[in-house]
Ligand binder design. Structure first.
Ligand SMILES: Cc1cc2nc3c(=O)[nH]c(=O)nc-3n(C[C@H](O)[C@H](O)[C@H](O)COP(=O)(O)OP(=O)(O)OC[C@H]3O[C@@H](n4cnc5c(N)ncnc54)[C@H](O)[C@@H]3O)c2cc1C
Length: 402
């Protein structure tokens, strides 16, 4: 494989989602260039929201993304406001307006995914992003790697970063097809929708992240897009539904039927969900390795997690910051840099995969003694402090902290 004329590694990123674009932006900030190969013909995002906690916000600020999100990202005054399914009684809530910045130096925000992607993409150098490039396979060749694309083209690189999401094509180059444990059925699916603010009831327009929890189900909502829309994401039994895709949809009647008998104010909100998206949550055990030679994984390709701690995108941004640092510190030995990146990141992302997994049971308890104990524990807890290990983390200052 011919070395790069400049002596810096030729870096190929597969996937231009939040993780891949953040990688290109952090590499640029560290003085390294890359090419991002994205399969889609244009950078677009589904109509869905994300919560951005301080651990992601402080990194996004360093690539200028928070400035670009001004007026679009909604600073939340209240977070993790748990409400009882039948009557909306508040079980616990975080006072983010007063405590979040004091404790962690940043607010928590709610954003539309399209706004976040645009803000991160603006930090990617012109020409680095190549669209309509579906990678079909990656093979390790000597010290480098070869990427093959659906259009028949072949590209060489000194480093390949698989940021190609939950159905990663790059993962096979790291694990070999025989070592990839298949995803298993979780029994849970997510409905998601955005509702124009003028159709949403007052309680859903507040700058609050609210979670209604009840038997077998829970529903989360918060405002996005400068409070012009309300994002809804709800979790329900999947039945025989197994499609794990951002583009699959459902009928609003199916969504409503899942919440029959819940507080009527909630049903008023769901009624405006239009044609909701539907996503089956498949279950994957944490990987024990992400890298092989010059190839590594990042974001959902490395550590897909249930969205119950709202940390999947945040972890892909943390990965990007740490990986860029490792490559910039050791440009002459990319394989060693990738091993260091993996060592620094894997314990934290595994812990988040595990805690996110455990929350499904807790959020979905049927009414009874276990639910009463949970509600009492919620009333006495302060999740803003209990989750300090997530929010206080600065991936650049202390990359190996868990
Ligand atoms: C219902 C739901 C709610 C969520 N809520 C939150 C939240 O509140 N906060 C949070 O932080 N996270 C949340 N997440 C998680 C978050 O959405 C993901 O963790 C995040 O999108 C992962 O980013 P990624 O870049 O790794 O992967 P993706 O966003 O999946 O991007 C992968 C990219 O790679 C491209 N690609 C795929 N295959 C190829 C190929 N072969 N060749 C070239 N390109 C390819 C895709 O087109 C895509 O652009 C949620 C997830 C779900 C399902």
């Amino acid at each position: 494989m011919a070395p790069s004329p400049s002596g810096t590694p030729r870096i190929a990123v597969v996937g231009g989602g939040i993780g891949g674009l953040a990688t290109a932006a952090f590499l640029d900030r560290a003085g390294l260039s890359c090419t991002v190969h994205e399969q889609a013909p244009a950078i677009t995002e589904v109509g869905a929201g994300l919560v951005l906690a301080p651990n992601a916000v402080r990194l996004l600020r360093r690539i200028g993304a928070m400035d670009r999100l001004r007026g679009r990202a909604v600073p939340l005054d209240v977070g993790w406001e748990f409400r009882r399914w039948a009557d909306g009684r508040v079980l616990s809530a975080e006072n983010l307006a007063e405590a979040c910045e004091r404790l962690y130096g940043e607010r928590t925000y709610a954003v539309h995914r399209a706004d976040l992607v645009a803000a991160v993409a603006a930090a990617v150098p012109p020409g680095a992003l190549r669209l309509g490039r579906r990678c079909t396979s990656v093979s390790v060749r000597g010290d480098g790697a070869e990427l093959r694309f659906a259009d028949g083209s072949v590209v060489g690189a000194d480093v390949v970063i698989g940021a190609d999401g939950v159905h990663s094509a790059v993962r096979a180059a790291v694990l070999g097809t025989e070592q990839q444990t298949p995803a298993t059925y979780s029994g849970i699916c997510a409905f998601r929708a955005t509702v124009p603010a003028e159709r949403a009831p007052d309680f859903a327009r507040r700058p609050a992240q609210t979670l209604w929890i009840g038997p077998g189900h829970h529903l989360v909502h918060y405002p996005v897009s400068g409070r012009r829309a309300v994002n809804l994401v709800a979790f329900a039994p999947a039945g025989d539904y197994t499609v794990e895709s951002w583009s699959a949809t459902a009928d609003v009647e199916e969504f409503l039927a899942e919440f029959a008998g819940w507080d009527p104010r909630l049903q008023d909100l769901v009624r405006h969900a239009g044609r909701p998206g539907r996503w089956a949550l498949l279950d994957r055990a944490p990987l024990t390795r992400w890298s092989r030679g010059p190839v590594t994984l990042l974001g959902d390709a490395a550590h897909p997690m249930f969205p119950f701690f709202a940390q999947g995108a945040a972890q892909s941004i943390e990965d990007a910051a740490v990986l860029a640092r490792c490559l910039a510190d050791d440009p002459g030995d990319p394989a060693a840099a990738l091993r260091r990146y993996e060592r620094q990141r894997i314990a934290r992302t595994t812990r988040l995969q595990e805690v996110s997994h455990a929350r499904a049971h807790v959020n979905h308890l049927p009414d009874g003694p276990e639910q009463e104990a949970r509600d009492a524990a919620l009333a006495g807890a302060d999740p803003l402090v209990a989750n300090g290990w997530i929010y206080a983390h600065d991936a650049e200052a202390d990359p190996a902290a868990v």
